[in-house]
Each structure stands twice: as C-alpha cells, then as structure tokens.
Design a binder for this molecule. Structure first.
Ligand SMILES: [Zn+2]
Ligand SMILES: [Zn+2]
Length: 240
C-alpha cells in the first residue's frame, strides 16, 4: 500500500521553527493533510519526540523519532530511529559533541520542550543550531550502529547540504536515499542530471518550520502496512 510520509519536520524545539509547532499541532496538521507517517527531526535533538509520538498514538498517526544532525562539515543529515531509546542514545552522543554555546533567543528563537498536552516543560539553553564535532562518516556509523536510517538532507540546497559543502557523496557511505527539497519539481530529472546521485532514490520531505509547510498527501513509499518495522524494512531492503 501507499504510505504518505513527511520524514523531516521541525518542532518548537528548533529555534528557527514557529513556537506553535507543538506536538499536537504538528500531528493534527499531518492528519488534516492526509499523511500516514511523519518524523520529528529537530536540530541535533530528539527532546520533543516523546510528546509527538504520544500525540501521534492518540490520533492514530505513526510518528518517528528523528533528528537533523549538523556534522563537523556543516552538512545536514536526517536520522530516523525505530525506537525512542535508540534516538535518545544518538542524542546523547550528539549532545556531547556540540559546542557549549548558549542560545540567544533574541537572535535564534526559542528552543521549547513540551509534553503530550503541548504544555511547556522547559527550554534548552544550549544552542542547537550549530555543527557538532562528528564527521559525516562518524554520524553515518553511529546512526547505523543504533539501527537507524540516515540520509543527506536537502541535497539541492546551496548551504548545509552534502553537495554544497563536499561537492560529492563519498562512496564509502553507501548512500541509497537522498532528500530533495520541494523546490525541485522534477525529482527524476534532477537526480539524473547530477552524476553522483545516479542510482540513488529521492525522498521529498517538507523540512517544515511552520504548520502550513508540512507536506501535502503527495509523497509515498510502498510497503505492506504503516508499521514502524515495515518502514525500516523498506529502507534496509532498498539500501545499496
Ligand atoms: Zn537542514
Ligand atoms: Zn530541517
């Protein structure tokens, strides 16, 4: 069956996202849009994933714990995890590798952690939108070691993407999936026009920072049912 997805959504924990990107608002908007599965992928943190997963469970929407990791090369990678425990283990590693820079709310915005009722639990003081000290290689190994999926984010963008910063995709990463931003209307044309993306599959996520930007019911994967195990099987079976 076709499972309509959006695997790259920021919550109010990302300082650059709207404060009304609350767990329930995101889940309800995704339901309104007709999506079957979403992932919460805040910058370098999974602290709003538990609330979003609980909200998803109440609304019968599959929510994955994810994270948009900024590597030492200032490349954004989207990591998705099959369990909250593995997501938290990854976050612990990323947290230790983030520089101890304080967030400046007046410049970057709020970093809000919420519970499943959208009540504010606390704010994260350390700036999340910055590069960690782990390389792309190290992040790939770490995420895969925890049973997660990792793919380069918005490869077509001119900043914070693997192509803008490295100019190529290292073969040893065995990348099978790349995220192409919604600015590209002809995904297949784009992939076939960039030689190092040949044979790779494209995912199109919203990278939403506002509720209205969450994907419409347009992008899907074909799997037997919308079960987290089946979603991860899909990625593993389609891996080079
Ligand atoms: Zn990004
Ligand atoms: Zn993003």
């Amino acid at each position: 069956m076709k499972i309509f997805y959006d695997f790259h959504i920021h919550s109010a924990l990302s300082p650059c996202a709207d404060d009304d990107m609350t767990p329930n608002n995101i889940v309800n908007m995704a339901k309104l849009k007709g999506l079957d599965v979403i992932a919460i992928t805040d910058h370098n943190s999974v602290k709003n994933a538990p609330a979003a997963m609980a909200a998803g469970e109440s609304a019968n929407l599959t929510v994955l714990a994810g994270m948009e990791i900024e590597t030492a090369e200032e490349v954004h990678l989207v990591a998705l995890f099959s369990t909250l425990e593995s997501a938290k283990a990854a976050e612990d590693i990323i947290w230790k590798s983030l520089p101890p820079i304080q967030n400046r709310k007046d410049i970057f915005g709020n970093q809000i952690i919420m519970d499943e009722n959208d009540d504010i639990l606390k704010e994260v003081d350390r700036l999340l939108v910055t590069a960690c000290s782990l390389s792309i290689d190290e992040v790939f190994n770490m995420v895969k070691g925890l049973g997660g999926i990792v793919f380069p984010a918005h490869v077509d963008r001119s900043s914070y993407s693997i192509l803008s910063n490295l100019g190529f995709i290292p073969k040893n990463l065995n990348v099978s999936f790349v995220e192409v931003s919604k600015n590209i209307s002809d995904i297949n044309g784009y992939i076939s026009g960039v030689s190092c993306l040949k044979d790779m599959k494209a995912l199109r996520n919203s990278d939403a920072h506002t509720l209205g930007d969450i994907s419409e019911r347009e992008n899907y994967i074909e799997i037997p049912c919308c079960d987290i195990g089946k979603i991860f099987d899909f990625f593993r079976q389609n891996t080079i």
